[in-house]
Write a protein that binds this ligand. Structure first.
Ligand SMILES: *[C@@H]1O[C@H](CO)[C@@H](O)[C@H](O)[C@H]1NC(C)=O
Ligand SMILES: *[C@@H]1O[C@H](CO)[C@@H](O)[C@H](O)[C@H]1NC(C)=O
Ligand SMILES: *[C@@H]1O[C@H](CO)[C@@H](O)[C@H](O)[C@H]1NC(C)=O
Ligand SMILES: *[C@@H]1O[C@H](CO)[C@@H](O)[C@H](O)[C@H]1NC(C)=O
Ligand SMILES: *[C@@H]1O[C@H](CO)[C@@H](O)[C@H](O)[C@H]1NC(C)=O
Ligand SMILES: *[C@@H]1O[C@H](CO)[C@@H](O)[C@H](O)[C@H]1NC(C)=O
Ligand SMILES: *[C@@H]1O[C@H](CO)[C@@H](O)[C@H](O)[C@H]1NC(C)=O
Ligand SMILES: *[C@@H]1O[C@H](CO)[C@@H](O)[C@H](O)[C@H]1NC(C)=O
Ligand SMILES: *[C@@H]1O[C@H](CO)[C@@H](O)[C@H](O)[C@H]1NC(C)=O
Length: 540
């Protein structure tokens, strides 16, 4: 490491002019000092492409791209990437989250962040994985790596990334933001809970916050439909049949028949209408299969009335091929990794042995402290932080109810401390949106608001094409809240006619997503596909 005086002189020099800091390995190494090692440095031209291994991100603004390796213990380290826009820096810092068990840097999400002008960082969370979802082998016998995945790599990335940004631009960022969904949503809540000074604004989608229970519930829901030879097994072909019946019954109950179930929890659904009345079971369910449906739509409650996890919503059926699955051993094995590798029961543990003892063990171990289960966000509130949390109501990976559960407990905790929770933490349900993005094909609900893991167009497209403003773009909404005090009452979500060609083929429909517990209600006149025909109303 260079002597401190030399480093100080170097930093002074870079204050004078951005060009004093080139995008070289030496300069970047100087910036991170003894905290880490530069793995790569790449200058990207305006509208250029960043390429690393098999990943490439296109249509980027001119920027300096770099990757660093940071050690966290004698047996663990993480990689993180940074994009530093050269001509278009907006003076702000952004960290983006990961999906599943991670194992890669989120370069594409960094690209959309850089397109706004942010200096952006992302980490691989401390391991390289062949698959973001199935692969947990890296965790076996490696508690240090689990801790990196749980929170340590992201927090370190934020601290190091801010220092590098400051060295590069010669000045501190003015505001600091976070955007993540799924695991990224959990990472956002964890940051708000444990490192309240890291961000001014956190956008957290569909958070996988309850790691100790969620990872087991992801196996539990597969077990509802296994083995495939059981009389109660529902073949995957029937998921669309159920989806159509749910939509048929629930859509009109919100007052407007428009293929969108506005409030799945208010729908009175009669599954018995799906009962087979002849021996032909191609497009109907038998009585034992209807019992499986009952499990799917109800909370997981263990003995002693212990609530373990909420249920899939009505309207999630088109996504059940992953969430409910085909009952095969391979499918069950795909969700056994948490018990085998994080809880340490090993590869011989059979998914069929999931029981209350496993839940108790998971609670006791809380591997890596990954669960973002602290409902007291008052330190984040006290420093002026803002949290925007959302969850799709057709999420077929993480029960929407788990977000409601977090929100409700956080509300209770902080209301009892005299905090007006909506002043800094607002929650939005997204009718008809799947896990972080998209919508079932029989629904076509507006789901796009430039959230994490959402993309339209081809190449790097940031914001909401045609509607680049704080009403339609969740990150711009967060910026307006943090920087101008304009708190979002609603976000207008967009469904394009063709997601690949948003500007060319135009908008199919838009609708406001209302701040919970308000809901969008049709005003009674006007096109149901335009946002002006809807208003956010309190139901009670
Ligand atoms: C950006 O580059 C792509 C090719 O990668 C090209 O098709 C497009 O026209 C370029 N856009 C601008 C604005 O230069
Ligand atoms: C590219 O992939 C190889 C193999 O996974 C890995 O060892 C290397 O670190 C990667 N390079 C970068 C810059 O991430
Ligand atoms: C990062 O550094 C650690 C040592 O701290 C080393 O074991 C690991 O292989 C390095 N990773 C990469 C991708 O260079
Ligand atoms: C069973 O019902 C389906 C759908 O109604 C129909 O397409 C199919 O031909 C029927 N099969 C038999 C064996 O009747
Ligand atoms: C309920 O909890 C008690 C105390 O932990 C335990 O002794 C008992 O076995 C539990 N009941 C069941 C059905 O597991
Ligand atoms: C988890 O948190 C507890 C309580 O704050 C702490 O004692 C423990 O060391 C933490 N474990 C890890 C792996 O971070
Ligand atoms: C709020 O959460 C904190 C931290 O978990 C806990 O210590 C406290 O008892 C909770 N307060 C209420 C009123 O629930
Ligand atoms: C804050 O308000 C000003 C004045 O309306 C506007 O120009 C600016 O873009 C706003 N900033 C953000 C981050 O929304
Ligand atoms: C959507 O737009 C893309 C890009 O222009 C085009 O290739 C594709 O055919 C369009 N899809 C449909 C269904 O029209």
């Amino acid at each position: 490491m260079k002597p401190t005086r030399e480093l100080a002189l170097f930093l002074l020099a870079s204050v004078a002019s951005i060009s004093a800091f080139d995008c070289s390995v030496d300069a970047l190494q100087e910036a991170i000092g003894s905290e880490g090692t530069v793995v790569l440095a790449q200058t990207v031209e305006q509208n250029g492409t960043f390429t690393v291994n098999t990943t490439s991100v296109t249509n980027l603004p001119a920027l300096c791209a770099a990757e660093f390796n940071v050690s966290t213990s004698s047996v663990s380290s993480y990689l993180f990437g940074i994009f530093l826009p050269t001509d278009s820096w907006n003076g702000r810092f952004l960290a983006v989250g990961n999906g599943g068990y991670a194992g890669t840097i989120s370069w594409a999400s960094m690209g959309t962040g850089a397109a706004y002008g942010f200096a952006v960082v992302s980490t691989d969370t401390g391991h390289t994985a062949s698959s973001t979802f199935g692969d947990t082998s890296w965790a076996a016998g490696n508690p240090e790596k689990i801790t990196d995945w749980a929170y340590r790599a992201l927090h370190g990335t934020v601290v190091n990334g801010k220092a590098i940004s400051k060295a590069f631009y010669g000045e501190e960022h003015k505001y600091s933001y976070y955007r993540g969904c799924s695991t990224g949503g959990r990472q956002g809540l964890k940051e708000a809970q444990d490192f309240p000074d890291d961000f001014d604004g956190i956008v957290a989608g569909a958070p996988a916050w309850w790691t100790t229970h969620l990872q087991l519930w992801n196996l539990k829901t597969l077990l509802y439909n296994a083995p495939s030879t059981a009389s109660y097994h529902i073949p995957t072909d029937l998921f669309d049949v159920i989806a159509d019946e749910v939509l048929k019954q629930c859509d009109p109950q919100d007052g407007v028949t428009d293929t969108i179930i506005s409030d799945s929890r208010a729908c009175i659904f009669r599954p018995e209408t799906l009962l087979c009345v002849s021996s032909n079971t191609t497009d109907c369910l038998t009585s034992p299969q209807l019992d499986t449906l009952y499990h799917i739509y109800n909370d997981w409650v263990e003995n002693n009335q212990t609530f373990v996890f909420p249920h899939f919503e009505l309207g999630t059926e088109q996504y059940w091929s992953s969430g409910i699955g085909d009952g095969s051993d391979d499918t069950l094995a795909s969700q056994a990794g948490f018990v085998q590798d994080f809880l340490g029961l090993g590869d011989s543990w059979s998914p069929y042995n999931l029981d209350w003892d496993i839940v108790a063990l998971s609670d006791k171990m809380n591997p890596g402290n990954a669960t973002a289960g602290n409902f007291d966000l008052s330190p984040f509130y006290n420093k002026g932080g803002k949290l925007l949390h959302y969850h799709g109501m057709s999420d077929g990976s993480i029960a929407t109810g788990s977000s409601l559960y977090y929100r409700e407990h956080a509300y209770r905790n902080m209301t009892s401390q005299g905090i007006t929770v909506d002043d800094f933490y607002r929650f939005f349900l997204v009718p008809g949106m799947g896990h972080c993005s998209d919508t079932p094909t029989n629904v076509n609900a507006p789901w796009y608001f430039a959230g994490s893991e959402q993309s339209v167009g081809s190449g790097t497209v940031s914001s909401v094409p045609g509607y680049e403003d704080a009403q339609h773009d969740v990150l711009l909404a967060m910026m307006a809240w943090v920087e101008n005090g304009t708190a979002p009452e609603y976000i207008i979500a967009t469904k394009y006619n063709n997601d690949t060609d948003p500007l060319g083929e135009g908008v199919y429909r838009q609708r406001p997503l209302c701040m919970y517990p308000k809901q969008a209600k049709y005003t009674g006149s006007g096109d149901v596909d335009t946002p002006e025909s809807w208003e956010c109303q309190s139901l009670y």
